[in-house]
Design a protein around this ligand. Structure first.
Ligand code: GTP
Ligand code: SPV
Ligand code: MN
Length: 598
């Protein structure tokens, strides 16, 4: 490589970095992505010709593709995800840490020559609306054309991002599938390197390195790596929040509109709530984002949220015209499907899409499927699609200032204890509620399924620094403005089960009934009773649902014994954060206990 950096872009730092990574990874070609439709089509065709993507039936699913991955590369890998802060204590007890210099040596060895035989794509992207002061530019270098296609759908990618960047700073991210090709060697269908896989963040450097996986959360570096792990550390330093939250606009039959953000752990219902079709006549939902929110204090003292993403990487199984018609319409065309099943006429299928599996399915493993083979679609199979295709895309979604939040909602998958909905007594109590979230594990991450674990703020796998400091940061955000300007805070639980194992709440479009209560509470219009855990509805609109009074009481029940046990678990969990656990939250826990014992 020459000493004078090539003039790839107008940004000297970026030019030098591109050359530096190229000389480390030694690709056979370098391609700077412009983000154009022509580029997308050209790359997609290359993958189709190589047998890695299948073009779907244009009559059924225009301009869409199907692919399936290595069976061991289907989800995030929390065991192999690292936060390498300079000091170990800054990464905290819930993250994996390695000394940064040692990790850099390890990465150097891994990445040395790792792109041999492949093209190195340089992908500039902007997280947040182009022209927003809150946006952050990232540049991902990757040897995966699949990643480039997904980044084009998920982010503002290519030329516009470079124009926004100009001479400014960017978050560098290097990604490799981790399988160099010897000369003339045929590529694997889905190259990945599960043994050497690692997803590494350097929060002080604001840089990302990802090796050995092609799966979304590990490889599309704008999403969880930049927009949550790195951005949360930036937000701590600059006084804002990077959260695992959907953002929706809700309009009442009277035409009044408010915005809400909601944090649920992975595969616990964000995309579904963000795109909800209300069962209640006259109510309207519009979607700003389905996974990530960056929240700032606005000039008027209210909290404003932007969605840094520009597309959806959504869970396919369970998505249907019944559960999420807006998602079904969004993915009608121009969509990439990963690890779903393929029908005989080249359309897509998954469990829960509608009825029985059709004849002649190809499973996500690429094999002829029959029911003895288990699920035809991988439980964490996903669609990637531009948000612009969403029929309920909110007009304010591209507002560079963001949207003002009236409510923040937390939730998880809890088959017992947690009622359908309740409201926090104060901001501090709401922060305590966020810190208290537990949820059953899902297929979105490698590991056990259905195991209850603490997942504070739905950020356990995504917080780029010490979770105790994160709690404190949330408390401090509440002090940046007057209490009445702050959004009210709620917890919801769609997943409570009856003793016979059935979900007690119909969920999906019916969740509008809960949003209605929250909407009216934020205007002091809905009745509530103060209980030990917070405000609970005295009347919830369950018109035409045919749920008995007794059933509703059970859904909203606060079982004191179970709650006392819950507080025991929390007390033990909070000990994990040692000195960094804010006194205010320990105080909230103590007061909750006292209220329960009264
Ligand atoms: P990530 O993309 O992993 O962050 O997930 P997410 O939080 O966006 O979850 P998503 O909306 O994709 O839902 C995950 C699974 O939960 C799907 O299989 C849904 O069908 C199911 N689900 C979503 N909302 C509800 C609900 O209200 N009730 C029930 N019973 N299931 C739901
Ligand atoms: C999640 O797991 O929370 C997701 C999917 O949204 S991934 O991009 O894999 O993180
Ligand atoms: Mn998510």
């Amino acid at each position: 490589m020459q000493n004078i950096p090539r003039q790839w872009t107008e940004n000297g730092t970026l030019n030098r970095w591109i050359d530096e990574i190229a000389s480390l990874c030694r690709p056979s070609h370098i391609h700077l992505c412009d983000g154009s439709d022509e580029e997308y089509d050209r790359l997609a065709k290359t993958l189709v010709d190589a047998g890695k993507l299948t073009l779907l039936n244009p009559a059924k699913r225009p301009h869409s593709f199907w692919c399936h991955s290595h069976p061991d590369d289907v989800a995030r890998v929390e065991e192999s995800t690292f936060i390498c802060s300079l000091r170990e204590e800054d990464s905290g007890p819930t993250n994996h840490w390695k000394e940064p210099a040692e990790m850099h040596r390890h990465l150097h060895t891994l990445f040395c020559g790792c792109m041999q035989g492949r093209t190195m794509y340089v992908v500039p992207y902007c997280m947040g609306p182009i022209s927003s002061l809150f946006s952050v530019v990232g540049v991902e270098i990757t040897d995966s054309a699949y990643v480039v296609l997904n980044m084009k759908l998920m982010t503002r990618m290519g030329k516009p991002a470079l124009e926004h960047l100009e001479g400014g700073s960017f978050v560098p991210g290097v990604h490799s599938v981790g399988v160099p090709l010897a000369e003339g060697e045929k590529d694997l269908l889905w190259p990945c390197n599960p043994q050497a896989r690692c997803i590494v963040h350097f929060p002080e450097e604001r840089s990302i390195w990802s090796y050995g996986s092609g799966y979304g959360g590990n490889a599309l570096l704008g999403k969880k790596c930049l927009a949550l792990r790195i951005a949360s550390a930036i937000g701590r330093d600059e006084g804002w929040l990077a959260e695992h939250m959907l953002i929706l606009g809700i309009t009442s039959p009277q035409g009044e509109k408010r915005y809400m953000a909601a944090a649920f752990p992975s595969a616990c219902g964000k995309t579904n709530l963000a795109m909800l079709t209300p069962s209640l006549p006259g109510w309207k939902i519009e979607c700003v984002g389905d996974d990530i929110a960056w929240i700032h204090v606005g000039r008027d003292g209210r909290l404003y949220a932007i969605n840094p993403e520009a597309g959806y990487f959504g869970v396919a199984p369970g998505t249907s015209m019944k559960t999420n018609p807006n998602a079904m319409r969004t993915i009608q065309k121009n969509t990439i499907f990963t690890n779903v099943a393929l029908t005989a006429d080249h359309d897509v299928w998954w469990e829960g899409i509608n009825g029985e599996a059709p004849e002649g399915l190809t499973s996500w493993l690429g094999e002829k499927w029959n029911p003895s083979k288990g699920a035809a679609a991988q439980p964490n199979s996903r669609f990637t699609v531009s948000a612009k295709q969403n029929p309920i895309y909110d007009t304010e979604a591209d507002n560079p200032q963001g949207v003002p939040l009236s409510a923040i909602i937390f939730g998880g998958r809890r088959n017992s204890v947690i009622p359908l909905v309740y409201e926090a007594l104060s901001w501090e109590h709401g922060v305590f509620m966020g810190a208290s979230i537990s949820s059953e594990t899902t297929a979105a991450a490698k590991g056990d399924l259905g195991k209850l674990r603490h997942d504070p703020f739905a950020m356990l796998p995504f917080c780029g620094y010490h979770m105790g400091d994160y709690f404190r940061h949330w408390l401090e955000m509440g002090q940046k403005t007057a209490p009445e300007k702050l959004p009210r805070i709620y917890t919801v639980n769609w997943f409570r089960k009856s003793s016979d194992g059935h979900y007690m709440w119909p969920g999906f479009g019916e969740n509008a009934r809960v949003l209605k209560w929250i909407f009216e509470r934020t205007a002091e219009e809905a009745p509530a009773q103060k209980t030990a855990i917070g405000y609970l509805p005295t009347e919830l609109d369950v018109s035409h649902l045919s749920l008995s009074q007794e059933h509703m009481e059970k859904l909203l029940e606060v079982d004191k014994a179970a709650w006392l046990q819950e507080t025991e678990g929390l007390a033990a969990y909070f000990k994990l954060f040692g000195q960094k656990m804010p006194e205010a939250l320990l105080g909230e826990l103590k007061e909750l206990r006292e209220r329960l014992e009264k």
